[in-house]
Design a protein around this ligand. Structure first.
Ligand SMILES: [Fe+2]
Length: 341
């Protein structure tokens, strides 16, 4: 396919995503590759999950008044309009506060400019984090990025703070191979490891972070068929709190019986294209309570990042984000407010 045809296809996919969100239907065959929803995934109206800051709402409302058509806004403005978000949660067993920078779904590709990924990395560094976590989908497919460039960009993170990562469904293997991606995870794992970021493939590491002992557990991607929770948690104990990194938030049920306090995920892109007010979005997850933001699950927390990059070159009502999570020492018991779900 020539460059012109590829560009037209990307624009068509982007506009299709927008139409899907506005009309509130998700015919699987017209979804951009990578956002194909599981068969049992339905659209559910969710006012609770539709969030806009006052600044973003202003810009969102002003754009049409300035004569910028909605499709152009979704294509040209929002995909690179990076947002800094900040949230906090109590972590039982934690001895000191920890500043954690969470990035996800960088999606280096023809649709995502190099500058957006570099800006996101700088934003994470500017947080002055004690710990950095990246939850998968470093690439979209096997094209549109340079391995050495990627390694150099990520090394800026590992040079600032201990950095950990897991892979997503786009990063190679069973799911990505028939969709233009790598047949194995070797290439992506290679540039991550060369950057000094610790890649967790169904394993855990123990660290001392700002004087606080932490265990970082990483599970492989759910859709890749390589997730092995038993292996990932084999060396985890109850001496210090455990943070779980898993690309797809639906992975939580496979890790339910293990010891962790906070799960970091991505995959959904926050919906990527979200209908205003009603909150329709084509997020490819079964449990649609966990599409974006920090939410309780049983006696634990789950943080789902809206991600940095995108599929198809569009975003609407769902800006790319880099999050600073404040992990705070909490009581060593179940938190009543977290038992409602
Ligand atoms: Fe993704």
């Amino acid at each position: 396919m020539c460059a012109d045809s590829r560009k037209k296809l990307r624009i068509r996919k982007g506009i299709t995503s927008l139409i899907i969100a506005i009309e509130g239907t998700v015919p699987e065959k017209v979804l951009p590759s990578g956002l194909d929803a599981p068969e049992s995934t339905g659209i559910r109206v969710s006012l609770k999950y539709s969030t806009m800051t006052s600044t973003s709402r202003r810009r969102f409302l002003i754009a049409p008044l300035l004569g910028i058509p909605t499709a152009a806004y979704a294509r040209l403005v929002e995909p690179t309009w990076l947002e800094r978000t900040e949230r906090s949660c109590l972590i039982p067993g934690l001895r000191k506060p920890v500043r954690l920078a969470h990035l996800s779904d960088l999606h280096a590709s023809h649709d995502v400019p190099v500058s957006l990924i570099e800006d996101a990395v700088q934003m994470a560094i500017d947080f002055r984090p004690d710990l950095i976590c990246i939850t998968g989908d470093f690439v979209t497919d096997a094209t549109g990025f340079d391995l050495n460039w990627y390694s150099a960009v990520l090394s800026r993170l590992s040079g600032r703070a201990p950095s950990f990562a897991v892979l997503g469904n786009h990063d190679g293997g069973l799911w990505s191979a028939p969709r233009g991606g790598f047949s194995t995870t070797g290439k992506v794992a290679g540039f991550i490891e060369r950057s000094g970021v610790n890649l967790l493939v169904n394993r855990s590491m123990r660290i001392a972070c700002n004087g606080a002992g932490l265990q970082i557990v990483g599970m492989s991607d759910l859709w890749s068929g390589e997730l092995d929770a038993e292996r990932a948690f084999r060396e985890v104990d109850s001496e210090s709190p455990a943070l779980l990194l898993a690309h797809n938030p639906d992975s939580k049920t496979l890790a339910e019986s293990y010891n962790w306090r906070l799960m970091l995920s991505g995959h959904t892109h926050g919906g990527q294209v979200v209908a205003p007010v009603l909150g329709f979005s084509p997020a490819p997850v079964l449990d649609r309570r966990y599409v974006r933001g920090l939410k309780p699950w049983r006696d634990r927390w789950i943080h789902v990042s809206c991600g940095v990059g995108n599929i198809g070159g569009v975003r609407f009502n769902c800006r790319p984000e880099v999050t600073l999570l404040h992990l705070l020492p909490g009581a060593d018991r179940r938190i009543p407010a977290l038992t409602s779900l």
